[in-house]
Design a protein around this ligand. Structure first.
Ligand SMILES: *Cc1c(COP(=O)(O)O)cnc(C)c1O
Length: 456
């Protein structure tokens, strides 16, 4: 092993970031604003504050301030599980026989098992500070709901989680972790909301989707006094909180003179990728450095690579503001054989804009090849990765193998967003050889896109 760079790099407490970085401040062309679905006009702070906590609504609208101070209470909570290590994947490099240097930022070192806690604690803090009783949310695979229930229990807030039905049934242990932290968990679509009842009537037997669960959670928030809705990805405020990932990574890279050429992240709604790349993108936008950024999405839910850049609903029930993003249409539901998470129909409007300008590349990968990469990684690097994270592993391995062919000594950095302990049903399918790939047809995507709202 090279002795200069340790296998795991941890920053000192004094080196931890004290402010989040808002990449929108450095974007020449800003992401398109959220629109009021009723009027078609940009959402005002007042309108957003009906659904979101006021401070978070302000962050959502803030395209100007590059740095936003992290409140002391949040910094204290971060100290329980941060800094996250930046790991030099020496074992993976050796196994692949590549001249590339591979690093990954590991966000799975907390009970919720993923990066989602970084934003959950911020959102719970602002809800508490506003004097709210509680928050409502949706969760797909369960990581967001788990993270939020931990954050709410820390600040003594009520937490109501609408969990996509298929995950509720497939991941009973996730549900129990949430309940252990005091959250109320309802499978979605449910008959507890108007929108849930409507969806059930229209699509009996549906296994649910994030879009449905969002609609239910929003309705539950706006119809109850003292509640607001919080969302674990997609929104610009979430990317802001997740910039802690990129800021720590950048500080560690600068400290050890590591210069990444390629930065890779899996992309569901875009929060981990956005958080990881934000400060590096800032350098790129300011002309200080150049990087190749790669977003990796599932072939079964390919919003960047096959979606359309257009205004769309963020949810199936069409109650949320409209966002301009790469989307497959808010009615898009990935095939039930899709096991690997990242099943949201749209992409963060910040990342969508950067992608549209050609500043980010995107590729899609099929789930069996993702699980092959996951299994390989688990065996050589020791960590059992989340299926979502394994999309990034797949692309990192592919890039490292290209370097092996060309002899280039590139530095590859990827985000390892979480652990796979709660995804054993998916691993079981893979291990039993029962996992298949499903790629939606052009017709299916076109059918879903035909329902985009008519906004130019
Ligand atoms: C939620 C999640 C993702 C995807 O969400 P993004 O907002 O795109 O980051 C990726 N990995 C893990 C482990 C997750 O829990």
């Amino acid at each position: 092993m090279e002795n200069r760079i340790p296998y795991k790099i941890y920053l000192e407490e004094s080196e931890l970031p004290k402010a989040w970085y808002n990449v929108r401040a450095d974007m020449k062309k800003k992401p398109a604003p959220l629109l009021n679905p009723g009027t078609g006009k940009p959402m005002t702070l007042e309108e957003l504050s009906v659904v979101f906590c006021e401070e978070l609504a302000k962050q959502e609208l803030d395209n100007e301030n590059a740095y936003i101070t992290i409140p002391e209470e949040i910094l204290d909570f971060y100290k329980m599980y941060r800094p996250a290590p930046l790991v030099r994947a020496y074992f993976l490099e050796k196994a692949l026989g590549t001249p590339a240097k591979i690093y990954y930022k590991f966000e799975g070192n907390n009970t919720s098992g993923s990066h989602k806690l970084n934003s959950a604690i911020a959102q719970a803090y602002y809800a508490k500070k506003q004097g709210l009783k509680g928050v409502t949310t949706e969760t797909g695979a369960g990581q967001w709901g788990t993270a939020l229930s931990m954050a709410c229990s820390y600040f003594d807030l009520d937490c109501k989680v609408y969990m996509v039905k298929v995950s509720y049934e497939q991941k009973p242990f996730r549900r129990e972790v949430m309940r252990t932290y005091g959250a109320a968990v309802t499978p979605s679509p449910s008959d507890t909301t108007k929108v849930g009842r409507e969806i059930l009537e229209k699509f009996p037997g549906t296994t649910g989707s994030l879009g449905c669960a969002i609609s239910e959670a929003v309705e539950a928030a706006v119809s109850q006094e003292g509640y607001r809705y919080v969302l674990g990805s997609v929104l610009s405020q979430v990317l802001l909180h997740q910039s802690i990932i990129g800021l720590e990574t950048m500080a560690a890279c600068d400290k050890y003179d590591i210069k990444p050429d390629i930065i890779i992240g899996c992309a569901g709604g875009g929060s981990n990728l956005g958080g990881l790349i934000s400060p590096f993108m800032g350098r790129k936008l300011r002309g200080e450095a150049d990087y190749k950024f790669i977003a990796v999405e599932p072939a079964s839910c390919p919003s960047l690579t096959r979606g359309k850049y257009a205004y769309d609903f963020c949810d199936t029930g069409m109650v949320c503001p409209l966002a301009k993003m790469y989307t497959l249409g808010s009615g898009f539901i990935p095939s039930p054989n899709h096991a690997g998470g990242l099943r949201y129909h749209g992409m963060s409007s910040v990342l969508s804009e950067l992608y549209d300008e050609g500043l980010i590349e995107a590729r899609s990968v099929e789930q069996t090849s993702v699980f092959e990469a996951a299994q390989y990684f688990a065996r050589v690097e020791g960590t059992l990765p989340a299926p979502e994270s394994s999309h990034a592993i797949r692309a990192a391995i592919d890039e490292a193998l290209k370097c092996k062919e060309t002899g280039e000594e590139k530095t590859i950095l990827f985000g390892l967003t979480g652990t796979g302990y709660f995804d054993m049903v998916a691993y079981q399918k893979f291990n039993d050889g029962e996992m298949s790939d499903y790629i939606p047809t052009d017709e299916e995507i076109a059918k879903s896109l035909a329902n985009l709202p008519d906004i130019k």
